[in-house]
Design a protein around this ligand. Sequence first.
Ligand code: GLN
Length: 232
Amino acid sequence: MSGSFLPDRAHGWIPGERLARREPVLPAPEGAPRVGVLALQGDVLEHLRALRRCGADAVAVRSVEAIGDVDGLIVPGGESTTIGKLLVRLGLMDVLRQRVADGLPVFGTCAGMILLSDQLDQDVAQPLIGGLHVRTRRNAFGRQLDSFDTRIEVAGIEGGPMDVAFIRAPRVEEVLAADVEVLATVEDHAVVVRQGPLLAAAFHPEVTGDDRLHAAFVATVIDAMPAASAQG
Ligand code: GLN
């Protein structure tokens, strides 16, 4: 076996091995930014593939060491309560909050957007990473629109509207600080926001094969890498 995919990295692992055998995760080019996908629960493998297609060294992470070792991180969709509880139980929450505070580029999609939010529009508390100055409402699109595919224009993304999937998606109810930019809306509510190195999308960009948001995030990661700019 060539071993050119499913690399067994020191601090990472690639889940879904049987699936991956059918559709290999592309090997990363030399010097590529290392972008982790938080792999506790949810849609991990599709993000790894999208990141690889965008030229990143994509690794699944679920340890303190792995979180410390990445240049950027995707927090995938799934179930935000489950992911949040696992972050606490596995002792990852503090290191993740610290890295966000230190400026790590993080892209939260769907449940990941919920987890990045400073506040939720609900009475019940759940563990959040926070850092993104928004108040977010879970499962915000009513029954009719519970899950739907749509095309939306995202500011800064060239080439026309993106094909995306909303799956029991959240939306931003309120932007809490001036440094939060709204990049896309649905029904007048923000569904893509950016705050410096933090990017959040209410939908799943990884299931439709449209990699433009992943590519934009990888570009943000490269910009934030001190070594890369020092080396020119
Ligand atoms: N409804 C889920 C939550 O509240 C998010 C759904 C998703 O990530 N597709 O966490």
